[in-house]
Design a binder for this molecule. Structure first.
Ligand SMILES: [Zn+2]
Length: 260
């Protein structure tokens, strides 16, 4: 919630709270200031000159709203975990594309979008390399990913993968969680958003006892964006547009998660 005094934004963006609104209203009343709350924009408008007519938004509102939107994830730390990497390509597509490339590209695009909204992003890897080294076991690779998130005390952990199956007809998006309330909420939002944005079959937000979900201390999800083993979805996953749409959709869902 932002506060605008005489057409100018005050610094800060507090969580909407009924007690805070009542207190502000009482202060305004005592000072004979006009006050109005715009719930849709989560904005308190205060006019120090006129107690009866609240101020209209200034003509610079569009610019200032962008600024406001930029700070929607301020203070949030989000860990992005692009699956596989380096000597571990993950699943392979029919034309030879790799899961490790797709997951990294989507994660890097998502990082940029989250940072534009004010979030701090921690990556388990940000290049085509193993999280530890080529010699480490799969178990050690996973525990390192979890350690990075836990030690950085991030607010959300998001692991990005591609699905694969022996039959090329398998298709769609799946988002996994470990059953806690917040992870389920995030998984549902991400799952729905991706299916709408990418037009993929909705395989559901589901419980799974996956290592990176089980041992992370914060709400965490693992997204199987689409099937790399499916010809059509392989194209989606390896195209700039497909990757960007996936990232945009996940970013929107994270914004919704913090708003709902
Ligand atoms: Zn994978």
């Amino acid at each position: 919630m932002r506060i605008m005094l005489d057409g100018r934004y005050l610094p800060g963006n507090a969580r909407v709270n009924r007690d805070l609104l009542i207190t502000l209203r009482n202060i305004a009343k005592a000072l004979k200031f006009g006050i109005r709350y715009d719930a849709q924009r989560e904005l308190v408008l205060i006019n120090s000159k006129d107690s009866s007519i609240p101020p209209l938004p200034s003509e610079h509102l569009a610019d200032e709203r962008t600024e406001d939107e930029n700070a929607r994830l301020a203070g949030k730390v989000i860990c992005l975990d692009p699956g596989h990497g380096g000597s571990d390509p993950g699943a392979l597509g029919p034309t030879g594309t790799t899961e490790k490339d797709n997951t990294l590209a989507i994660a890097l695009s998502l990082k940029e979008k989250l940072e534009k909204n004010g979030a701090t992003v921690v990556m388990t890897r940000d290049s085509d390399s193993e999280v530890v080294s080529a010699e480490t076991s799969a178990a050690e690779d996973l525990s390192t990913r979890v350690d990075i998130a836990n030690q950085s005390e991030v607010d959300l952990f998001i692991s990005i993968h591609n699905d694969a199956f022996s039959s090329q007809t398998a298709a769609g998006t799946t988002t996994f969680h470990y059953g806690d309330k917040d992870s389920i909420k995030l998984a549902n939002l991400v799952q729905q958003g991706l299916c709408e944005k990418l037009g993929t079959k909705n395989r559901g937000a589901r419980f799974a006892s996956l290592y990176v979900l089980r041992y992370t201390n914060m709400p965490s999800i693992l997204i199987e964006i689409a099937f790399i083993s499916n010809m059509v979805e392989e194209m989606l996953l390896s195209s700039v547009d497909g990757r960007d749409n996936a990232a945009e959709s996940i970013c929107d869902s994270i914004l919704k998660y913090y708003k709902v």
